[in-house]
Design a protein around this ligand. Structure first.
Ligand SMILES: CC(C)(COP(=O)(O)OP(=O)(O)OC[C@H]1O[C@@H](n2cnc3c(N)ncnc32)[C@H](O)[C@@H]1OP(=O)(O)O)[C@@H](O)C(=O)NCCC(=O)NCCS
Length: 267
């Protein structure tokens, strides 16, 4: 255990190279972090934190404030040589302290159901399972997309909104923003939100609502992406309400699920 010896602090622009080196060892070199690192290093809406041992960065993770009172943890990475020694726990503890200082009410994070390491870290700190989501994926299809239009009426709802791997608490301002940005598309009485992820080659169908037959048309539209730009379209679902429509539209149900954990900071 090195927990006591680990120094956790906010990252600065000077840490960029060392952060990239740690990231290189994650996800077989295809980590998204280098794509977002410059923006994360600005520490505008949160804090990218690094864990140092003897002055060398061995891990990092980020806390951001998604909306009022709600903090989001992401991008936890520890160099393989320093794993299982409490580095990720030290980073998460730092985020919990920062979250309390910032007056946040809740901290949350998401990971794959098979990522026992990531779940082990937050379970140790008292996070509880807040949701489990089926993951559907499809490749883009070529051909003429069906005609869809901007959504005029915002849907009602509650709980979490899965926007790729970021889970937002339901809030009207967010939906209005997506509507202004043209991300909300409708057909008949159905609607969906389509947006690009951290990797612009990945498109997420973030919300789906309305009658099944209309949803089927929207899913077909979602699949009609420029094949040279987009490698996959995905959707996460808590209730599998549109499972059949997703399968019929050519989406595959993954074995891995997305699991969301949250910690109440008000107690
Ligand atoms: C997930 C990750 C950040 C954990 O970092 P870490 O510093 O090794 O984690 P810790 O040492 O703080 O682990 C705390 C606890 O989590 C659990 N845990 C961590 N790694 C584990 C593993 N490989 N298998 C099973 N449990 C594990 C254990 O309960 C561990 O406590 P213990 O070692 O006393 O048994 C690291 O494995 C990593 O960088 N993985 C690749 C990237 C990744 O998956 N990031 C998370 C994406 S959401």
């Amino acid at each position: 255990m090195v927990e006591g010896e680990v120094k956790v602090r906010a990252a600065t622009a000077d840490d960029k190279q060392q952060i990239e080196e740690v990231s290189e060892h994650s996800w077989e070199g295809s980590d998204y972090v280098p794509r977002v690192l410059d923006s994360w290093l600005q520490n505008k809406d949160g804090e990218l934190s690094v864990a140092e041992l003897d002055g060398k960065i061995v891990g990092f993770s980020r806390l951001s404030v998604l909306c009022s009172g709600y903090g989001w943890l992401e991008g936890a990475r520890v160099h393989p040589q320093w794993r299982r020694r409490g580095v990720a726990v030290a980073l998460a503890k730092h985020h919990i302290e920062r979250g309390r200082e910032m007056g946040l009410k809740q901290l949350a994070m998401a990971t794959g159901s098979k990522n026992v390491a990531s779940q082990g870290v937050v379970l140790r700190l008292g996070f509880e399972l807040a949701g489990s989501y089926s993951i559907y994926r499809a490749e883009p299809r070529q051909g003429q997309p069906p005609r869809v239009e901007p959504v005029k009426e915002l849907p009602q709802g509650s709980g979490l909104i899965a926007a790729g791997w970021t889970f937002w608490p339901w809030n009207r301002e967010l939906l209005e923003k997506w509507q202004r940005q043209g991300k909300m598309l409708g057909y008949g009485d159905a609607g969906m939100v389509l947006h690009r992820g951290y990797r612009s080659s990945r498109v997420h169908v973030s919300m789906l609502w309305g009658p099944e037959s209309d949803v089927a048309v929207l899913l077909d539209y979602a699949r009609c992406q420029p094949t040279e730009e987009v490698e996959r379209i995905s959707h996460m679902s808590a209730d599998d309400k549109y499972k059949q429509q997703l399968l019929d539209a050519g989406f595959e149900l993954r074995e891995n699920k997305a699991v969301v954990y949250s910690l109440d900071l008000t107690g």
